[in-house]
Design a protein around this ligand. Structure first.
Ligand code: PLP
Length: 409
């Protein structure tokens, strides 16, 4: 069957929740993927920051094979060793003390919301429940995580959402101060907003947020589902700021390509959860946590975090060059490490399509931002290759726009 036959079958049986690219992928290795017709693509989407180790990293594949022969699932009624080992790795390399495992980012956010409320009601008072989140944030699609997400367009059609959230503009400390109420128990944000268009928290802003939390006894929750795990050039994005959150969510890259999420908390906060308060059947199952432990070790031992920083800087400056070369098309370049966005003055969909036709997968967010989240194993040569394609595409578009404007005068 060819691409269009598979897509027709998919459209027949799968709910239409995604505006998918017309591409059927069958194989991946490192920074490359292949479609059902054998065409090769350079993958600068990387499963949206999931495939940080590249596709089918040998250490992850090996751990999965090994664990699949031993124990796939055993319920959290019992202990399993890979879960304990991954939790130990996460705690020893972060500022947090305890881990709750689940299966996705949204679930990690749900767990964070529940823990924050439980802690706040017990320790701060019965009417402390409100969580302040940011406009343009993204925390997931389940009802609680969606309510926490500060994008009205994603709420459309799903009311009533769970109450108890208040949204403020990102990087605006005065608005945050004005939004504090006697009900506030926590502030939740992404140190680098991904889905919202790649916006980086300013240094002064995040220090101010942390200070407010410290002074008012509020919990600070960082959603590092996209920006964590080496992506921005530090293991966790909060390390750029030297700030330790009380609660942190992880998912995406955590399993090296396998579905897993985690919510981490400081000891004192974590204690608010007691047996029966929260659970997940598959959370922390041995298969996913074995992959997670292998992925985490690979991330550290293969020096991928430094790679994300140096190659990220290189890609950033090369994109800035493009921005200067095409001021009529590009507004600015933003981001940190290998989580980069180029805001365009035009809809980004034709850029994404043209890149795909030239063998490069990139992704558009918010309609006008080109998001680049390549695997951290990407080489400088592959970055140059991607830049070359993006440049060709921008050249073509700017020529078309120019000739069109010429034609109209
Ligand atoms: C992707 C993402 C989520 C949601 O993760 P899912 O696994 O899709 O539920 C939450 N927060 C952030 C910052 C994300 O990037």
């Amino acid at each position: 069957m060819d691409t269009s036959a598979w897509i027709a079958l998919g459209e027949k049986y799968i709910m239409s929740t995604y505006a998918r690219q017309p591409l059927v992928l069958v194989r991946g290795q490192g920074t490359r993927v292949w479609d059902v017709e054998g065409r090769e693509y350079l993958d600068f989407v990387g499963g949206i920051a999931v495939n940080s180790l590249g596709h089918c990293h040998p250490r992850v594949v090996e751990a999965l094979k090994d664990q699949a022969q031993k124990l796939l699932h055993c319920s959290n009624l019992y202990w399993n060793i890979p879960q304990i080992q991954l939790a130990q790795l996460l705690v020893e390399h972060s500022a947090l003390d305890k881990v709750f495992f689940c299966n996705s980012g949204a679930e990690a956010v749900e767990a964070a919301i529940k823990l924050a409320r439980k802690y706040a009601k017990e320790r701060l008072g019965p009417d402390k429940y409100e969580i302040i989140t940011m406009r343009r944030s993204f925390h997931g699609r389940t009802m609680g995580a969606l309510a926490a997400t500060g994008q009205e367009k994603l709420h459309q059609g799903f009311a009533p959402l769970p109450p108890g959230f208040r949204y403020v503009p990102f990087n605006d400390l005065d608005s945050l101060k004005a939004a504090l109420s006697p009900h506030t128990c926590a502030i939740m944000l992404e140190p680098v907003q991904g889905e919202g268009g790649v916006h980086v928290a300013e240094e002064d802003y995040l220090q101010g947020v942390a200070e407010i939390c410290r002074k008012q006894g509020l919990l600070l929750i960082f959603d590092e589902i996209q920006c964590g795990l080496g992506r921005t050039g530090y293991l966790f994005a909060c390390e750029h700021y030297g700030i330790e959150p009380d609660i942190m969510t992880l998912a995406k890259a955590l399993g090296g390509g396998v579905a897993i999420g985690a919510m981490l908390a400081k000891e004192e906060v974590a204690r608010a959860f007691r047996p029966g308060d929260h659970a997940s059947t598959f959370g922390g199952n041995p298969l996913a946590t074995a992959a997670g432990a292998a992925a985490f070790k690979a991330l550290l031992e293969e020096d991928l975090i430094n790679r994300a920083r140096t190659l990220g800087e290189y890609l950033y400056y090369r994109l800035e060059e493009l921005a200067h070369k095409f001021p009529s098309l590009v507004v600015e370049v933003r981001g940190r490490g290998l989580l980069l966005g180029m805001e365009m003055r035009i809809p980004v969909a034709p850029v994404v399509e043209a890149c795909r036709e030239k063998g490069l997968l990139v992704n558009g967010v918010q309609g006008n931002v080109l998001r680049l989240v390549p695997p951290l194993v990407v080489s400088k040569q592959e970055i140059d290759q991607a830049l070359c394609i993006i440049k060709e595409v921008l050249e073509k578009i700017s020529w078309e726009e120019g000739s069109c404007a010429y034609g109209q005068t």
